[in-house]
Design a protein around this ligand. Sequence first.
Ligand code: GDP
Length: 297
Amino acid sequence: AYRRPPPDPSCLVKRPPVVTVMGHVDHGKTTLLDALRHTNVVASEFGGITQHIGAFSVKLSSGNQVTFLDTPGHAAFSSMRERGANVTDIVVLVVAADDGVMDQTKESIKYARQANVPIVVAINKIDRPGADVEMTKDALLANGIQLEDRGGDTIAVPISALKRIGLEALVESIVLQAELLEVSADPKGPVEGVVVECQADLNRGILSTLLIQRGTLKKGAWLVAGTAYGKIKGMLNDQRSSIETASPATPVEVFGWKDMPSVGDLVLEVESEKRAREVVEYRQKKLELEKMKDDLK
Ligand code: GDP
């Protein structure tokens, strides 16, 4: 209800695509996300102590950038969508070449379809003796995935997440898909975004990872998320370096919240603390009213 009307097309600027990794259990989603986190060509040697921050970006040598949501599976995908946060531009569907299309592969296809999000297929585990890429493609086709090399427009990239084969090609395919979609955002005006991760930090208090969808976040901004609010005291990028601004689709960790927001909450920038309090109080009252109504039932 608080969201601004869509921006004028002339205000839109290209941004990195936001990707969710889905697929059947054990087909390699977690391994792929781990491998991609290390593909980052500008990643400093933070490797050993990487903390889960909910999203990270991969920067390619071509200069292109892709943002990955760091929570595999459709639970995260649908919980965000339920709250009206359509953060995902592209689904990477991981299918193990030695196992083929399974139940959760089909479910993932269904979810992506319902959300109207295009799929890029990662045919994983090609290093395994039992891997059969052609058979996997046939199975995908049988499940309605129109693959590019079979006359359709869905890209499939053979990879090994474990041996780190084909990862650059996979990310470049995502970039290509994003260009076709013309993913863009309005970098001006009050910030709108989504909470993708939240945790308590000994030094900084409540830390939350946000995905900015609109506007550019700056230190000192007042944010509201659900019934939580706060003034942004500091921001970190996915390498945990301090940054001054965060633009659309780049993951950013912020601190300064007075209470803990929830994952999936929409984030809105308001002009003052007074306004932040008003919004939060209104929402709390509304929640109390709903609870009273439920109790009367
Ligand atoms: P998830 O359940 O989809 O997240 O799957 P995981 O990433 O946990 O992987 C399941 C198992 O498959 C693990 O033992 C991985 O080491 C293994 N695995 C994942 N990717 C590959 C791959 O490319 N090649 C091989 N040989 N094994 C893989």
